[in-house]
Design a protein around this ligand. Structure first.
Ligand code: ZN
Length: 149
């Protein structure tokens, strides 16, 4: 088990140091801003949504390693997914980081599973889910500002 958490830690550090998709993609037609006042994390998530499919996704942000790594992993996981698939994956991710709900299917979650250690630190759940809340706001409303509070 500790090997697994070492691996997860590496994934998080890697994404924090070399964030993926850390820019607004060309042709983005949805965006939202997210803020987590408890930690000071700030994110802006950009999506190019075509026929209800996430064709491109990117972000800009500042904040703690958990928030930045989590949104980076999220962008890698969601390209090509429909809005419904994104919402379903978000529910699984939330179960994963809160330790509630169904036992997570780690294969299905892929690199998202690296955030599973967050369940030991309830105060960091908002850091880990900020990118998702911001993304969902972008998908629902087009352009808006969300706060975890
Ligand atoms: Zn944070």
């Amino acid at each position: 088990m500790s090997d697994l958490s070492d691996l997860y830690q590496e994934v998080i550090l890697d994404h924090y140091k070399r964030p993926r998709n850390a820019k607004a993609p060309a042709g983005a037609n949805r965006e939202a801003e997210g803020y987590n006042p408890l930690c000071g994390d700030r994110l802006r998530v950009f999506v190019k949504l075509v026929d209800d499919v996430v064709e491109e996704i990117g972000f800009e942000g500042t904040g703690c390693a958990i928030s930045q790594a989590s949104v980076s992993v999220m962008t890698e996981a969601l390209r090509g997914k429909t809005r419904e698939e994104v919402q379903a994956l978000f529910r699984r991710f939330q179960d994963l980081v809160t330790g509630e709900g169904e036992e997570p299917d780690l294969d299905e979650l892929g690199e998202l599973a690296a955030m599973s250690g967050v369940k030991e630190f309830p105060a960091r759940v908002k850091c880990a889910t900020l990118g998702w809340h911001t993304l969902l706001a972008a998908l629902e409303k087009g352009s808006t500002v969300v706060s975890t509070e």
